[in-house]
Design a binder for this molecule. Structure first.
Ligand SMILES: Nc1nc2c(ncn2[C@@H]2O[C@H](COP(=O)(O)OP(=O)(O)OP(=O)(O)O)[C@@H](O)[C@H]2O)c(=O)[nH]1
Length: 398
């Protein structure tokens, strides 16, 4: 293989890595890890440009391979640093760049100057450690069900570490005596080929990680209510439908608690819309503390909320609803030297054999809530089939 062509191709792949990461960043995915990966691309590109120059020109030993090796270590570390930043960990850039800056000076040592083999002996373990560092970081910090977007990078880094170890072992144990800098032996030039493959696949893998996260963020935003952080109506359709089918399938119980702040219009009228918003947030914060971790909480309208409960019996659920009502009545909002007292009316319904969809269950909870409103507010009402008929009569009369 022609080592010059391979090194130039690797330089181009590194430039493509740097430009792709920069463009994705500029394009709106403002994730700082992209800048780490862009820096990695720049380091690899400089390393390969130096390598290409070294084939044609004689240079100082500190520059080639000294600076070249420093850039190579920094490039590999950039991939690890970006991943660590993406996972919310400290990158360690400062320490690594300080160490990398010392690498050219290390090349003053006669041991490193004297042979390519000795340099392989020193730098291969460093690169392998960084490659394995990527895999170990993923293993330790990515939850089992969320591996899919990280898998290509993990496989790439493990593969690179494996081929590097194998080639270095073979060269050191067998063929090492024949090595020259940028030589043309197959085992040596295949190293450039692997770097080319590494850079190309790293570019795709890093882009995949970021675009997958962007898609996740957008999906989460599309299912979340901006004011309260609770799930919205769209999420309700997805979640309640799935829970309804699951509970029907296993013969489990399913409940809806719906609640609505009493006379909320008066709060807006007396204290203003901003205080109204704060009151809504206050109620959802209190409610989230009172409900159980497994209960799914939805904001279904302005001051209307629904909680999907898939455990316990009807008595437990009514008790939770009662606790929630008492908590909100006892915990007024205090804002801007104002005390805003609130109460809620609550409806509770259990899935019935006759229910054909989750909407039936929600309608029953709403009918119970309507009953609570009609009978004085600030109370919990458990659904009775008669409520539906009564509401039907009221609608017809109206
Ligand atoms: N501040 C604020 N107000 C909202 C929001 N969404 C809806 N509202 C207001 O909530 C009020 C709801 O009023 P109603 O439906 O008459 O209910 P209510 O006054 O709570 O009366 P009852 O439910 O019968 O006890 C309306 O004035 C809406 O403008 C919101 O996001 N923020």
């Amino acid at each position: 293989m022609d080592s010059f062509t391979l090194v130039v191709a690797s330089a181009l792949a590194a430039i493509i890595l740097a430009c792709s990461m920069g463009l994705i960043y500029r394009g709106g995915a403002r994730q700082a890890c992209l800048l780490d990966w862009m820096a990695a691309g720049v380091f690899f590109a400089c390393n390969n440009v130096l390598g290409a120059l070294a084939i044609s020109y004689q240079a100082s030993h500190y520059l080639i391979p000294g600076v070249g090796n420093a850039l190579y270590v920094a490039g590999h570390f950039g991939i690890l640093a970006g991943l660590r930043r993406h996972l919310g960990l400290r990158t360690g850039w400062k320490q690594v760049l300080a160490c990398a800056a010392c690498i050219p000076l290390l090349h003053a040592l006669p041991f490193l100057q004297s042979s390519v083999m000795h340099r392989l002996f020193v730098f291969t373990p460093i690169i392998v450690a960084i490659n394995l560092g990527v895999a170990v970081t993923l293993w330790n910090h990515v939850r089992r069900g969320e591996w899919a977007p990280y898998l290509p990078l993990a496989i790439l880094e493990l593969f690179f570490a494996f081929q590097l170890t194998l080639r270095a072992a073979y060269l050191i144990l067998g063929e090492g005596h024949a090595l020259t800098f940028m030589g043309s032996q197959f085992l040596q030039t295949s190293g450039s080929l692997f770097v080319l493959v590494f850079l190309s696949v790293a570019c795709m893998s890093c882009a995949l990680i970021v675009t997958h996260q962007q898609a996740q963020l957008l999906r989460r935003a599309s299912l979340t209510d901006a004011l309260t952080g609770w799930l919205n109506r769209r999420a309700l359709h997805e979640r309640a439908g799935a829970e309804f089918r699951r509970c029907r399938g296993i013969g489990g119980a399913l409940f809806f608690i719906t609640f609505d702040i009493d006379h909320f219009k008066l709060i807006n009228d007396r204290h203003g819309h901003a205080t109204g918003d704060a009151a809504i947030r206050h109620v959802t914060t209190l409610a989230a503390g009172a409900l159980r971790g497994n209960d799914a909480m939805f904001r279904t309208g302005g001051e209307e909320f629904a909680v999907l409960v898939a455990q316990g019996g009807i008595e437990d659920v009514v008790a939770i609803a009662e606790r929630l009502r008492e908590l909100i009545a006892a915990s007024p909002l205090v804002a801007d030297n104002k005390t805003v007292r609130m109460t809620i009316s609550v409806g509770v319904a259990q899935m019935l054999d006759a229910d054909v969809a989750w909407e039936d269950l929600l309608r029953h909870a709403d009918e119970a809530l309507y009953h609570a409103k009609e009978h004085g507010r600030n109370q919990v009402t458990r659904y009775q089939p008669a409520y539906g008929k009564r509401i039907e009569q009221v609608r017809k009369a109206g």
